[in-house]
Ligand binder design. Structure first.
Ligand code: ADP
Length: 186
C-alpha cells in the first residue's frame, strides 16, 4: 500500500508502481469520485463528507475494496492508495485478506511536511479542479484528519514489520526511485 498525507504524491507515483510490479491500482478517493460522478446513492452519501474534508464511513470504503478484490483478476496483487485511513480499516483489511489466504506485503509511506502539503494541493486545485482541494479550511481539515485518524497506522505497520518510509520531497523521478528501492526490500 501507498501511505502518506494528502498531496504527498501517492496518485502520481502509483502508475509506475503498478506497471513495474503488475498490480491493480485501487484508490478509494478515485472510486468515491466516480460514484459521485455517476450520481449513485453511495456517491450522494460521500459527496458532502468529502467536500467538508471528512472521511466517509469505514464500512463504505471496506465494501468497495472487498468488491474489487473479488472482481479484478489477472494481476499479481493490488496497490492500495488512500486505504486504509483508520485503524478500524486496517484491521478490516487484515480480516478481508485473511479470508483470502493473503496478507499486506508492505506499507510504503511518502512523507512530506505540512507546509508542502498546502503548496502541492493549491497547485493541484488549479489543474484538476477537485472540490476538496479548492477551500483552505477543507484542506486544513483533511490534514488534521490525517494526523488524528490516519497517522496511528504508522505504528500499526511498524509493529507488523511492514513499514517503510521514504522522503517525498524531490522530483517525481527521485521519489519514484526511492519507492522502488523500498519495495525491492519486501
Ligand atoms: P487525498 O489523499 O489527496 O486526500 P484521496 O483522493 O485519497 O485524496 O481522498 C479524497 C477524499 O476521499 C478524502 O478526503 C476522504 O473524504 C475520502 N476517502 C478516500 N479514501 C478514504 C478512506 N479510506 N476512508 C474514508 N474516506 C476516504
Amino acid at each position: 500500500m501507498l501511505f502518506g498525507p494528502p498531496g504527498a504524491g501517492k496518485g502520481t507515483q502509483a502508475g509506475a508502481m503498478v506497471e513495474r510490479f503488475n498490480l491493480c491500482h485501487l484508490s478509494t478517493g478515485e472510486l468515491l469520485r466516480s460514484e459521485i460522478a455517476a450520481g449513485t446513492p453511495l456517491g450522494l452519501q460521500a459527496k458532502a463528507l468529502i467536500e467538508a474534508g471528512n472521511l466517509v464511513p469505514d464500512s463504505v470504503v471496506e465494501g468497495m475494496i472487498e468488491d474489487k478484490f473479488q472482481s479484478v483478476k489477472g494481476v499479481k496483487g493490488f496497490l492500495l492508495d488512500g486505504f486504509p485511513r483508520t485503524l478500524a480499516q486496517a484491521e478490516a483489511l487484515d480480516a478481508i485478506l485473511a479470508k483470502r489466504g493473503e496478507q499486506v506485503t508492505a506499507c510504503v509511506s511518502i512523507m512530506i511536511p505540512d507546509a508542502l502539503i498546502h503548496e502541492r494541493i493549491a497547485h493541484r486545485a488549479q489543474i484538476e479542479g477537485r472540490a476538496d482541494d479548492a477551500r483552505p479550511e477543507v484542506v486544513e481539515n483533511r490534514i488534521k484528519t490525517y494526523h488524528d485518524k490516519t497517522e496511528p497506522l504508522i505504528a500499526f505497520y511498524k509493529k507488523a514489520g511492514k513499514y517503510s518510509e521514504i522522503d517525498g520531497v524531490g522530483t517525481i523521478e527521485q521519489v519514484r526511485e526511492r519507492i522502488f528501492s523500498a519495495m525491492d526490500k519486501f
